[in-house]
Ligand binder design. Structure first.
Ligand code: UT7
Length: 409
């Protein structure tokens, strides 16, 4: 029996043009740019205008992902949208996207998994692809949280933003995909959003609860303990070590949560890309927007192994690994050849770089040996000291350079 996995062959994202920075928020509630930056890492967020909604944002991201995958909308078999902020409950956002894209043969539905929604949607799509039920899937995370945010509550309004991210998955033979998921319903009260269909009359006090309400501290401590725990569980189950992971993509809720997770995993923070400074927390969209940015900026290489992990309303925590053996699947033979050539160039550059390092080390060991020989065998202490001294100096310069290089890149 064939083992099929959904390979990511295109990514896309979309965010409204309107941007509110922290100073704009400081005009609405008692807060400051400094407080928000220091406690959350958020600097600005995108806010949808009246004519923009979850469907328009989702479709915007989806179109870009299809373009990136060089795939036609008609080839899509499944459209799955993760969202907690549909403008209409019925029809679902996925059907709205289908209509806009003309993806006529696609099966469409939405999934509510709050901030872990995009990962749960990826899991769901993978299950369909692995079973051979569908071949091409479009997974989207889209949120218009600005409509569900209480702009008088400084404990929540500083965090959230609007946007959408999308990926195209194509079923291919081979590959692997692993996930862990934890849902802890008894902690659900820490992050809630009551449905508006409970409001029975004008000025119903229940209306206040139809905005996002959060016990920030509880969600924070859940995230800092549960996310590293889920990641460790995933890695040990898959027998993958931290060194094999190129990047950890964590839900973009708070920079302090990500820094703490990095510390608890014993990993360098440079492996944890972040963009909450520009988007805030976009819930279901956050990881897919980040993934798109990573891909478009050329940071993802073929064969990179990545962990994606999310946490949020439910409360839930989800981790995925090995999802991405990122491939540039091009149908256009010329483009495919270009890509193969660029991989070859990369390989040549890598080998040349290794050869240079080897030559450097060999030369300093020869120098050191010559210095020791001059002192011990040929009775030329001054020549020996100069040679040994030079070796130490080169070693020191190399260490400083390497340290700096490592920090900067
Ligand atoms: O997708 C998942 C969604 N949720 C999350 O990931 C949220 C996780 N939680 C958090 O990110 C943090 O808990 C927050 C950023 C929401 C809050 O940060 P905190 O460090 O937990 O602050 P706090 O609630 O303990 O408040 C500390 C102080 C308080 O003042 P006092 O009592 O010490 O005098 C607050 O009143 O900061 C005050 N404060 C603010 N000050 C300025 C709370 N919010 C603000 C604000 N601006 N926006």
């Amino acid at each position: 029996e064939k083992n099929m996995t959904g390979k990511i062959c295109g990514t896309g994202s979309w965010a409204p043009d309107r941007v509110w920075d922290n100073n704009d928020l400081a005009k609405m509630v008692e807060t400051s740019d400094q407080w928000i930056r220091e406690r959350t890492g958020v600097v600005q967020r995108h806010i949808a205008k009246e004519d923009e909604d979850t469907v328009t944002m989702a479709a915007g991201a989806a179109l870009k992902a299809l373009e990136d995958a060089e795939m036609k909308a008609e080839e899509i078999d499944l459209i799955l949208v993760a969202t907690i902020s549909p403008t209409e409950i019925m029809p679902c956002v996925a059907c709205g996207v289908q209509e806009r894209l003309g993806a006529e043969k696609a099966t469409c539905f939405d999934l509510n998994g709050a901030c872990t929604g995009s990962l749960l949607a990826l899991n769901t799509a993978q299950a369909y692809l692995a079973q051979g039920i569908y071949r091409n899937a479009l997974v989207i995370g889209a949120e218009k949280l600005s409509g569900l945010t209480d702009w008088t509550d400084r404990g929540t309004c500083i965090l959230f933003g609007d946007g959408a991210g999308a990926v195209v998955l194509r079923a291919e033979e081979g590959g692997s995909y692993a996930q862990v998921t934890h849902s802890i319903g008894k902690k659900g009260g820490a992050l809630t959003l009551q449905s508006r269909n409970q409001i029975r009359y004008e000025n119903d006090p229940k209306a206040k609860e139809t905005y996002i309400q959060m016990n920030g501290k509880e969600v924070f401590s859940f995230a800092v303990s549960k996310v590293p725990e889920a990641v460790k569980e995933l890695l040990s189950r898959e027998q993958v070590s931290c060194e094999d992971i190129s990047y950890y993509l964590l839900h973009q809720a708070n920079e302090r949560i990500i820094r703490s997770a990095a510390r608890r995993l014993g990993e360098d923070i440079s492996k944890f890309p972040m963009n909450m400074d520009r988007y805030g927390n976009t819930s279901s969209a956050s990881l897919l927007i980040l993934l798109d940015e990573m891909k478009k900026s050329g940071k993802l290489q073929r064969g990179d192994r990545m962990v994606l992990a999310g946490f949020g309303g439910g409360l839930t925590a989800v981790g995925l690994v090995r999802l991405l053996r990122v491939r540039r699947l091009s149908r256009d033979p010329e483009k495919a050849a270009d890509y193969d050539a660029s991989l070859k160039d990369e390989r040549t550059a890598y080998v040349a770089n290794k050869a240079r390092s080897m030559a450097f080390f060999i030369s300093i060991y020869v120098q050191l040996a010559a210095g020791l020989l001059a002192i011990l065998v040929f009775d030329r202490p001054l020549v020996g000291q100069v040679l040994c001294g030079l070796t130490c100096l080169q070693g020191l310069l190399y260490t400083v350079f390497y340290w700096h290089y490592d920090k900067v890149y």
